[in-house]
Design a protein around this ligand. Structure first.
Ligand code: PXP
Length: 315
């Protein structure tokens, strides 16, 4: 039902942004909490969901409601980075993906790099098995990756430039360099397998126009420059992103965003571009999760160790 809705909504909304379907759901837990008071959460439980689709008419939709379609997609590469630091099995990216989805992520992103520095081929197979929402295969458009991607059949492939020397993706695609290849080979091949193509680009007019010309379904705007800008330049970078997003949208492209986003810089972006769709965030979330979980983990281990004290109080 949800997939059907998003498919309908995504396409419908792009054709005519004024008319759209709005999904609503809330759990009985929320309903019960509001009836018996949030302080008594312990006595409530989740027993199901009410959901449905409402159709709104064209004239009465405030444009900010259109942002209903924004979705968090979590990039789990750095779970794999941590796993690889010891070369053992934990933490497992597929397990992390399940937790992310359980707590509100609408999908999972992974970047299979040529050098397999984080996620590896086995992870890809496991992720394909467990991910319930959108699975996004981020990759350089090489023959090897196209082969793995079309065998995996994710919903979306995000195409990025890749260089061995970089620590992370450093900027968007230079579309002029890749346009012919993408238009004649890469995007048609992905489309044969029903895989949506999203091109990672800087908010640069030429790159966005070429993304539309080569037949991409979406652009993912590179938000790294905005994220890393010093306070004096932030507004300018945000304006560049908005201008790029407006252009992409006017060309019929779905507009996604990602790179360097965190709890501090995301709100201005979402407010400035209310029709953004997939928001891809990785490093900041995994980093934040460490500190959200570290205290509990230490308490648990400290208690466990101390519960085995043989000589209490140093006696
Ligand atoms: N989008 C793309 C295309 C990326 O390459 C990355 C980094 O792997 C992200 C989003 C996520 O960036 P971050 O880890 O900084 O949130």
């Amino acid at each position: 039902m949800y997939t059907l809705y998003t498919a309908l909504y995504g396409n419908f909304a792009r054709i005519n942004p004024g008319v759209f379907l709005r999904h609503y759901h809330f759990s009985y837990r929320l309903l019960l909490n509001s009836i018996i008071g949030s302080k008594r959460k312990l006595y409530t439980f989740e027993c199901g969901k009410l959901s449905g689709v409402r159709i709104f008419g064209p004239k009465f939709i405030p444009s900010n409601l259109y942002s209903d379609n924004m979705q968090l997609l979590v990039n789990i590469d750095h779970i794999a980075t941590l796993r690889n630091a010891r070369g053992e099995g934990v933490p497992n990216p597929a397990e992390a993906a399940q937790v992310c989805e359980q707590f509100g992520a609408r999908g999972i992103v992974f970047h299979l790099r040529e050098d397999r520095r984080h996620v590896n081929d086995e992870d890809v197979v496991r992720l394909k098995k467990v991910v319930q929402g959108k699975l996004v295969f981020e990759m350089a458009a090489t023959e090897e990756m196209l082969e793995i991607c079309t065998n995996t059949e994710p919903q979306i492939s995000t195409l990025v430039p890749e260089s061995r020397e970089e620590l992370t993706t450093e900027g968007g695609l230079k579309m002029k360099k890749v346009a012919d290849h993408f238009g004649s080979h890469v995007i048609p091949r992905l489309r044969t397998f029903d895989i949506e193509s999203s091109l990672f680009v800087d908010p640069v007019e030429e790159d966005i126009r070429l993304a539309a010309e080569v037949g991409a379904d979406a652009v993912e705007l590179h938000t790294g420059t905005y994220a890393n800008a010093n306070p004096d330049d932030k507004q300018d970078e945000l304006a560049r992103l908005k201008e790029g997003a407006d252009l992409a949208r006017s060309l019929g492209l779905k507009v996604n965003a990602g790179h360097g986003l965190n709890f501090f810089n995301i709100t201005p972006l979402l407010k400035a571009i209310p029709y953004l769709e997939d928001i891809s965030i990785g490093h900041a979330l995994i980093s934040d999760a460490v500190f959200n979980g570290l205290g509990n983990t230490i308490r648990r281990m400290a208690k466990l160790i101390e519960s085995h004290n043989t000589f209490p109080n140093g006696t």
